[in-house]
Ligand binder design. Structure first.
Ligand SMILES: Cc1ncc(COP(=O)(O)O)c(C=O)c1O
Length: 390
């Protein structure tokens, strides 16, 4: 047996925080508990039928069976460009400013590999989707955590980033509508971000997979809607959430052409692109009438209302989010994020995500997702009400 030693990079990646929860879920299921999972943000609504049909047609065409273009099919990139114009009034050159990705998750790593040298810093929010931190580490960089605090509406205070850290930073990650806090960003914040990027020579990565999930008529922004954004950064977006396509693995990086080119160079050496048939399906999704997204958003909005009301009845204070697929709620007095999540799973058979899974700054909160039907949401809250002391 050869000696296997993990790379120094991999040794720095913290243990998977959901592992213990997954272990408990598996044990509860073995004990025949009907577990309700509000833990993951994976849409339960099906992928629209025209998209499935487009895949079927394309999969039957042998021309699609060969290696795809690394940077994505021109027709997919064209569809992305038209979609951004239609949905966000952002102009993109499909040849230079759009790159097809296997998921926005993948985009973060390839961006880091394209830009980060050992010892460089990346500014990452906390709490956050953990990929920003881990992809920085995998590229040999050092994550600097910007705390997202409730009193600042879960926006980072850019003026509080120490000068020496800003000087060493290559990338700043932002994500609005935010996972896990459900916070949103207004144009003023993005303008400040463009100025910060210019002043400090930092590249902005706006990770925006929830850009279409806004409630009560609110339309989340694209970072690229503010002037000067394309000079300083890119946006990662995805078909995963608006079109219920998480399993299909298709997304896009858009924005600054030099950054897009650098990412494409990394990708051409790491993967061989997205199956052309999936890109044809992606085109079908992007060309669907906006009413398809509106209908899905209506379902999530209704669930948001159901869940907010139910949690309030249980005695938990909830701020109704304007966007995203999540509620971010304070744990009751006397609990930590972990102890409350464990109690809710043990006593009620309901999975919630402890805020601390998104970094230390998430302590004191839990996240629930809106990707289960109303009846299950109500049942989850009923069970919590009956069995957990709040
Ligand atoms: C903030 C954020 N970015 C990226 C992703 C991953 O998206 P994709 O399926 O496009 O990789 C998620 C998924 O939950 C997310 O919450």
């Amino acid at each position: 047996m050869v000696k296997m030693e993990k790379s120094e990079r991999l040794k720095q990646i913290p243990p998977y925080l959901f592992a213990e929860i997954n272990r408990k879920i598996a044990a509860a299921k073995r004990a025949c508990v009907d577990v309700i999972s509000l833990g993951i943000g994976d849409p339960d609504l099906p992928t629209p039928q025209p998209v499935v049909e487009a895949l079927n047609r394309a999969a039957n065409d042998p021309r699609n069976h060969r290696y795809p273009d690394y940077e994505g099919m021109p027709s997919f990139r064209e569809a992305v460009s038209k979609w951004y114009k239609r949905r966000h009034n952002v102009r993109l050159d499909p040849d230079k400013e759009v790159l097809t990705l296997i998921g926005s998750k993948e985009g973060s790593l390839h961006l880091s590999l394209a830009l980060i040298n050992p010892g460089d810093a990346a500014l990452v929010p906390e709490p956050a989707y953990t990929t920003y931190m881990t992809s920085t580490i995998l590229a040999g960089g050092i994550p600097y955590r910007m705390a997202l605090k409730e009193e600042n509406d879960f926006l980072p205070r850019l003026s509080e980033v120490p000068e020496d850290v800003a000087a060493r930073a290559k990338i700043i990650y932002v994500n609005y509508p935010n996972n896990p806090t459900a916070a949103v960003a207004a144009k003023g914040f993005y303008r400040e971000l463009v100025d910060f990027a210019k002043d400090n020579d930092v590249i902005v990565c706006s990770d925006n997979p929830y850009s279409e999930i806004g409630f009560d008529g609110y339309r989340p922004l694209s970072f690229l809607e503010v002037s000067g954004a394309k000079d300083v950064g890119i946006e990662l977006n995805s078909l995963s959430k608006p079109y219920s396509m998480t399993g299909w693995r298709i997304a896009m990086a858009v924005g600054n052409p030099e950054i897009i080119r650098a990412m494409a160079l990394v990708k051409s050496n790491v993967d061989s692109g997205v199956f052309n048939a999936v890109q044809h399906a992606g085109i079908a999704a992007l060309n669907l009438p906006d009413s398809v997204i509106d209908a899905n958003v209506k379902v999530y909005q209704q669930r948001r209302d159901v869940l907010c009301n139910a949690l309030e009845q249980v005695g938990l204070k909830v701020k109704k989010p304007k966007a995203s697929l999540y509620l971010w709620v304070k744990v009751p007095e006397g609990y930590s994020s972990e102890s409350f999540a464990a109690e809710v799973l043990d006593k009620a058979g309901v999975v919630i995500t402890p805020g601390s899974a998104y970094g230390g700054a998430g302590q004191g909160f839990f996240r629930v997702s809106l990707t289960v039907p109303d009846a299950r949401l109500n049942e989850a809250v009923e069970r919590i009400k009956k069995s957990v002391k709040i």
